[in-house]
Design a protein around this ligand. Structure first.
Ligand code: ARG
Length: 597
């Protein structure tokens, strides 16, 4: 019977039953797997796994909590979908987790027992707390993530922000799934551009100005080099010569280069601190300078290197790609040379399961080319290399370009977002303590969330208005909902944030709004897993909006701090579960979850 108190023993028993269906040993219930287990053997020749793959969570709860569409099975079983659904219905023997089943238009629909569903989900969320939604599938495996990777002496712009926040979210998501994530900032600190910068600095630079203005001044020198070199092509040769000197360890070249790096890193660190992003390694392109010769030898020994007008390249004609240039005719190495060398170094150092590179889609060919070079070298782990591209950011139709200088400075963007949040706080909550801290967490959160709110491959037309919009499906909305849950628990008083799952009367959570929240809470684990498999953090951001919306519907419809102790404690347990899950999700995508906003 489902009436009355549902004790922890009952909840556990159900969890155990569901868990035993999950052969991979995950301790998280999985209703798709569970239903497949129930249905296995009822349809001749249909494996449990293939049923599990078909089960859906219907978007409309009127269609059930779980649904098996029978259309794909129809061909294999030579039966109409509706006939299959009806057969499953007639064979259904009943189960205390299920209220009823139905066969409608080719779907076999399952309506979970709402009190038991609520009890199971809440017990699990409350028991696991900050580990709710996590898995151990990745244990003992390393994932190397190359992200952010800005270029020294160039502005850290909104395109680098994308790589930074997507990479950071993937880092957290893999970690949450049990992997050991290794975050690498592959700084663009090597290449002919440093030859250009040295030439420009020697011609027009002033030490005090560079010290005072940092990257902005280096950037101006770089742009000036290009403006002047258009008319004086010999400047390009001079720049190339300086880079070759740098590669060969020339003292003057190296001293200037080190200084440029130091100045740039100081500014990048300011951004990373604000964004709350960390790396395990800052081994940039220069780190591979002394490691490339061995790789070039290896390429030569494997007969992959071809000479072409003094340059050395790997032909990729057979794969319909332009050749990968490895050494220029002046002896200088290239972006490709360093990526191939870095990948081999990383494989030897981290023995990765997967190495991920987060850059804009404009670099796709570059990655395809050198992944192929690794494969041609005979490394079967080439298939563990994966480019994770994202769409371009444009500003009023023009592509953001460092050379032309029409960039949105991330520093300016974050400052504006923080300032705007500060104004809203002054207006709505002037007595708040730590206004600055909250303004920073919410302002920065708005920017990060905005970046992660669409599929990463989608191009973004940057708009100040949208980036600073805090209404609707935004980071501040999710953060605010989390703070609202915290506030309810604070008002409820002592212990409300540590509810005793065994004391919950889950029969109080069977109304549509509460069930809507329970369903969303349940979906968290699956969404995080999808985000990992698809390398798509936006799945988590969109999920958080869904959870926040379902919670706010519940909050508006169902008074929580009521007199009836059974209703009150059940609803508070739901609030606490939402709080935990929102916080876990926000943390995964790199947002803080302040308790008061
Ligand atoms: N520095 C490059 C850029 O700003 C991105 C580097 C990405 N990582 C890599 N291993 N190629 O476009």
């Amino acid at each position: 019977g489902m009436s009355g108190k549902i004790g922890i023993a009952f909840g556990r028993q159900c969890l155990t039953m569901v868990r035993s269906q999950d052969e991979r040993g995950s301790s998280v219930m999985n209703y798709k797997q569970w239903l497949a287990g129930q249905l296995a053997g009822q349809l001749e020749g249909v494996a449990e796994e293939s049923i599990a793959e078909l089960v859906e969570y219907p978007p409309n709860p009127q269609m059930g909590d779980l649904s098996l569409p029978c259309f794909k099975l129809s061909k294999q079983l030579r039966k109409a979908p509706q006939a299959i659904a009806e057969e499953l219905k007639s064979k259904w023997s009943g189960n205390d987790a299920v209220a009823r089943v139905d066969a409608v238009s080719g779907y076999f629909n399952v309506y979970l027992n709402p009190a038991k569903f609520a009890s199971d989900v809440l017990s699990e969320v409350l028991e696991k707390g900050e580990r709710y939604g996590s898995q151990e599938t990745g244990q003992g495996k390393n994932i190397v993530i190359d992200y952010s990777s800005p270029n020294i002496a160039k502005t850290f712009h909104i395109g680098h922000l994308r790589s930074t926040v997507i990479g950071n979210a993937l880092y957290n998501i893999f970690q949450f799934m049990g992997y050991n994530s290794v975050g690498i900032n592959h700084l663009g600190d090597w290449g002919t551009q440093f030859g250009k910068l040295i030439v420009a600095y020697k011609l027009w630079g002033e030490q005090s100005k560079v010290e005072a203005e940092g990257i902005d001044e280096l950037q101006r020198l770089y742009v000036k080099f290009h403006d002047e070199a258009d008319a004086k092509p010999e400047m390009e040769d001079e720049a190339r010569a300086w880079f070759v000197k740098l590669e060969q360890g020339d003292a003057e070249a190296e001293k200037l280069w080190r200084w440029f790096v130091e100045i740039s890193l100081k500014e990048f660190h300011k951004m990373y601190d604000l964004l709350g992003v960390k790396f395990d390694s800052y081994a940039g392109e220069s780190f591979y300078n002394d490691k490339m010769a061995a790789i070039l030898d290896e390429l030569k020994a494997k007969q992959l290197l071809e000479e072409d007008e003094g340059a050395l390249l790997v032909r990729l004609d057979d794969y319909n790609m332009p050749p990968a240039l490895m050494v220029k005719k002046d002896g200088g190495t290239l972006y490709h040379t360093r990526d191939v060398t870095a990948a081999i170094y990383r494989k030897n150092t981290y023995d990765f399961e997967k190495a991920i590179y987060v850059t804009d889609a404009g670099q796709s060919l570059h990655f395809q080319q050198w992944f192929k070079v690794i494969e041609l070298m005979g490394y079967d782990w080439a298939k563990q290399l994966q480019h994770v591209p994202f769409g371009k950011v444009s500003l009023e139709g023009a592509k953001l370009s460092t050379r032309k200088g029409n960039v949105i400075h991330l520093e300016e963007l974050l400052a504006k977002a923080i300032e705007k949040t500060r104004e809203i706080i002054e207006e709505k909550n002037p007595n708040m303590e730590n206004k600055d801290e909250v303004a920073r967490k919410v302002g920065v959160g708005a920017i990060i969330f905005n970046d992660l709110s669409n599929n990463r491959i989608k191009d973004i037309v940057f708009s100040w208005e949208e980036a600073l919009n805090f209404e609707g499906e935004t980071g501040p909305y999710v953060q605010y909902t989390h703070a609202r849950a915290c506030s309810v628990l604070r008002k409820a008083g002592d212990g409300a944030d540590k509810p005793d799952a065994s004391a919950i009367d889950a029969a109080q959570l069977t109304n549509a709004e509460a069930q809507g929240v329970v369903r969303e809470l349940y979906l968290f684990k699956e969404r995080v897993e999808q985000a990992m498999l698809k390398l798509e953090p936006s799945i988590v951001s969109r999920y958080l909006v869904d959870l926040a919306q379902s919670f706010n519907r519940f909050y508006h419809e169902c008074p929580i701090l009521v007199d009836d102790p059974g209703v009150r404690s059940a609803r508070l347990a739901l609030v606490q579960s939402v709080r935990v899950t929102l916080k876990n999700g926000l943390r995964l995508i790199g947002l803080d979850a302040p308790e008061k906003i």
